[in-house]
Design a protein around this ligand. Structure first.
Ligand code: NAD
Ligand code: MLT
Length: 305
């Protein structure tokens, strides 16, 4: 049986598949007909966020049993088409939560203290000490939109840094929020009270474009951090809000279209700090998700639970 891997995963996951006796084919960055051809005799497919697993992919893969997502978000996989074709979709919901939360905290500080901007100028020989007056997180309010695994971990970390917490998540109980020291509030209140707003929802039809011009104006000031999914925050609206001074800054790890095009409006705004979808990119997280995904693929191919 063959397992096709179309986005790079840690060697530990590939080894696990080989040790279980499967042929492992890696074909990174394939798309279009090359992807359809590669998947045509695959029994398992493993992806991260790079590969778009569309209905066409399922049609081209009659022997496919499982798509393993070495990470959390499954918005790049057509779940309805998978169901129609009887293919299991399994993600790795735990392995990169800490990595994503740590990156979110780092991005908050990067934006509030202009670390990348000052770094670039100093590397270019410029001592721009008097150009940067940052903001502290201590004593400020963090608004968390989406209080799931990553959102909760981020809330804990910022709380320990002296922040008050408000959160909006229509699917989580008051009791859980209180255990974290967070006040569960309505969406608009979360926006208006947040000095730092951090987004941790999945990308779904309900959350697509959740934060746009009106919502950023409700925030009125402060910083927006998006290490969840690009489509949740309207990029043009965010760029405009920072450029015009509605917000003090933003930090963005994820984009509606990745890899991001050079004319994306967020790239040209000085107070927007960006990283190329690095939230889960630590060696521990990548090993965790690769092994967990490989184990699920092996179990599915062996018809085990
Ligand atoms: P999760 O499923 O544990 O939590 C998501 C939370 O969002 C849930 O509590 C859910 O109730 C809430 N939610 C759903 N719809 C909502 C809405 N309309 N408004 C407010 N809340 C809503 O997911 P997670 O593991 O915490 O991951 C969160 C996000 O982070 C996902 O989009 C995931 O893909 C992304 N992620 C990104 C990276 C990265 O590399 N940048 C790494 C890991 C996860
Ligand atoms: C995720 O949803 O887990 C992230 O997109 C991480 C990734 O695979 O890059």
């Amino acid at each position: 049986m063959k397992v096709l891997v179309t986005d790079p995963i840690a060697d530990a996951g590939l080894d696990r598949l080989r040790e279980a006796g499967y042929e492992v084919e890696t074909a990174y960055d394939v798309e279009g007909d090359a992807l359809l051809d590669a998947v045509s005799d695959a029994n398992g497919l493993i992806v991260r966020s790079g590969t778009q697993v569309t209905a066409e992919v399922f049609e081209a893969a009659p022997d496919l049993v499982i798509v393993g997502r070495a990470g959390i978000g499954v918005d790049n996989i057509d779940i309805d088409a998978a169901t129609e074709h009887g293919v299991i979709v399994a993600n790795a919901p735990e392995g990169n939560v800490r990595a994503a939360a740590e990156h979110t905290v780092a991005m908050g500080f990067a934006a509030a203290r202009s670390i990348p901007q000052a770094h670039t100028r100093l590397k270019n020989g410029e001592w721009a000490k008097s150009d940067y007056l940052g903001n502290e997180v201590n004593g400020k309010t963090l608004g968390v939109v989406g209080l799931g695994r990553v959102g909760q971990e981020v809330a804990k970390k910022y709380h320990s840094l002296g922040m008050d917490l408000v959160a909006y998540d229509p699917y989580i109980g008051q009791e859980r929020a209180e255990q974290l020291g967070a006040e569960l509030v309505e969406f608009d209140e979360c926006l208006s009270r947040a000095d730092f707003l951090t987004v941790h929802t999945p990308l779904t039809p309900e959350t697509e474009g959740l934060i746009s011009t009106d919502e950023l104006e409700t925030m009125g000031s402060g910083y927006l951090i998006n290490c969840a999914r690009g489509g949740v925050v309207d990029e043009a609206a965010l760029a405009e809000a920072v450029e015009s001074g509605v917000l003090d800054g933003a930090a963005v790890d994820v984009f509606a279209d990745e890899p991001v095009s050079p004319d994306n409006p967020l790239l040209s705004v000085e107070n927007v700090v960006v990283t190329p979808h690095l939230g889960a990119s630590t060696s521990a997280a990548q090993e965790n998700v690769a092994v967990s995904t490989a184990d699920q693929v092996v179990a599915a191919l062996r018809e085990e639970p």
